[in-house]
Design a protein around this ligand. Structure first.
Ligand code: PHE
Length: 459
């Protein structure tokens, strides 16, 4: 193929787009809860250490593979070693599974934002609101989750259709700085609420009594998902990175971005929640995921002065975070289709949109009564897809990537690519991590996830 591959226009364009992918719902609805549960400052410390070692290693490997091969993940793994072609397919399957349900959640966020924008936000705080919305019991088109899912998907389609430079990069360049500013505003406001200081202490001070191996495992699993690793995204984005952009430097900046927003999310959410519960910390330790964002937080906003305004700002920033992540997913699948099916970009984007719309419907309706009887592995569709991709496939892909780079083709493949455009200061660390420590950690993550699923351990 002699088609010119798309590219980002500058290093900072790459950094913002990749950070946009990394910063997502994981930072906002999972990180604060894990920090509360696993010992506040203790968890933060463990998390930061893991991000600059484990996360760094996996991310730099993926970006370097992408830039070196100039291919999306399917071709890239195969080019490194013919026998690892299957790994490219496995990695490609992850975004294919995640995108539809991620867009379903993006639809929920859009719905909440519109409710807040139109002044009805505080109604979302009622106990029945979220359940009846996702249970498809609310009346009318605006009450149906499918409507919001379709709207969210189409926003993605338009952005990805505009291309890597005019779509993904441009949008990330605007959205990411706005996201940081809005997060800082909400965090500052949250800290001024009476009683918030207790929450701040609970978040930042280390509590070694809550420390256990699960602190480390929890931090490891979270970081891995949060950095959008093991699903071909960083390979694709690496393939769009210019050859003379400093690679290590860029990866460090993405880490700082991702971890920074996660820390800010904790500042936004934990002090406000502790103040809301009158100093009791059980609520923050127990609410995570969709329940936190769509159930508990609206109640917290309801209790605040200017709750409608803060709620609106909050859902704008959640929408930005979700969008920049979902466009990275859609872009990754598109680039695979372009590479493999030799379609034009436009045709590929349309095909991907149709696929996402079709596959998202079961996740969208999975909580309704009509679907109560169809629950793979006893889970609603959305949770099932989430479990298969995040808990099972991603650790396997990352583990095999470590084996491939660390032992089959050798770390030099990555090192040469990094050094072709600058220094590689954490080279020694990289080699030890990719060969030995990261694979062991990944096996531990996979084992814990399986044991958790079987109900043997509860973390
Ligand atoms: N990294 C994203 C987050 O923290 C999650 C994500 C996973 C985004 C997969 C895109 C693709 O929420």
């Amino acid at each position: 193929m002699n088609k010119q591959r798309s590219s980002f226009t500058s290093r900072i364009g790459f950094v913002l787009a990749a950070s946009g992918s990394a910063v997502g719902l994981g930072n906002l609805w999972r990180f604060p809860y894990l920090a509360a549960k696993y010992g506040g400052g203790t968890f933060l410390l463990v998390y930061i250490i893991l991000a600059v070692t484990f996360g760094f290693t996996l991310m730099i490997a993926e970006v370097a593979i992408g830039r070196r091969t100039q291919l999306s993940c399917i071709g890239a793994y195969k080019q490194l070693d013919k026998r690892f072609g299957f790994l490219g397919w496995l990695a490609a399957a992850v975004p294919v599974i995640i995108t539809p349900y991620y867009c379903v959640i993006g639809g929920w966020v859009t719905k909440y934002l519109i409710e807040f924008l139109t002044g009805n936000g505080l109604e979302t705080a009622s106990d029945a609101f979220f359940g009846s919305f996702i249970g498809v019991q609310a009346p009318g088109l605006a009450g149906n989750p499918v409507t919001w899912f379709v709207i969210f998907v189409l926003i993605n389609t338009v952005i990805v259709l505009c291309g890597v430079q005019q779509g993904v990069e441009k949008v990330s360049r605007v959205m990411m700085p706005v996201l940081v500013i809005l997060s800082a505003i909400v965090a500052c406001y949250s800290l001024t609420i009476p009683g918030a200081i207790d929450g701040l202490k609970f978040y930042l001070l280390p509590r070694w009594s809550d420390f256990s191996i699960f602190t480390v495992l929890g931090a490891m699993g979270q970081m891995f998902y949060s950095m959008s690793l093991a699903m071909g995204i960083m390979i694709t984005y690496g393939s769009y990175m210019q050859k003379d952009n400093m690679l290590e430097h860029s990866v460090t900046q993405i880490e700082v971005f991702d971890t920074g927003i996660a820390l800010l999310a904790g500042l936004m959410i934990i002090p406000a929640m502790v103040a809301f519960s009158g100093g009791d910390t059980t609520l923050v330790k127990e609410s995570a995921g969709a329940g936190l964002m769509f159930g508990v937080l609206p109640k917290v906003f309801e209790s605040m002065a200017f709750g409608n305004v803060i709620g609106t700002v909050f859902f704008v920033l959640v929408l930005l975070a979700a969008l920049t992540s979902s466009i990275s997913l859609m872009e990754t699948i598109t680039s695979i289709v372009v590479d493999k099916a030799h379609l034009s970009r436009r045709a590929a984007v349309i095909a991907v949109t149709v696929f996402v719309l079709l596959l998202g419907i079961p996740s969208c309706l999975g909580y309704s009564e009509a679907f109560a009887a169809i629950q793979p592995l006893g889970m609603a569709f959305l949770d099932f897809f989430d479990f298969i991709s995040n808990s099972i496939m991603m650790p396997i892909v990352a583990f095999l990537t470590c084996v491939l780079v660390g032992h089959i083709v050798g770390p030099k493949v990555v090192i040469d690519e990094v050094e072709s455009s600058g220094t590689f200061r954490r080279k020694k660390l990289f080699v030890i991590m990719i060969r030995w420590i990261a694979p062991i950690m990944l096996v531990m993550i996979l084992a814990t996830e399986i044991l958790k699923f079987m109900g043997v351990v509860s973390v």
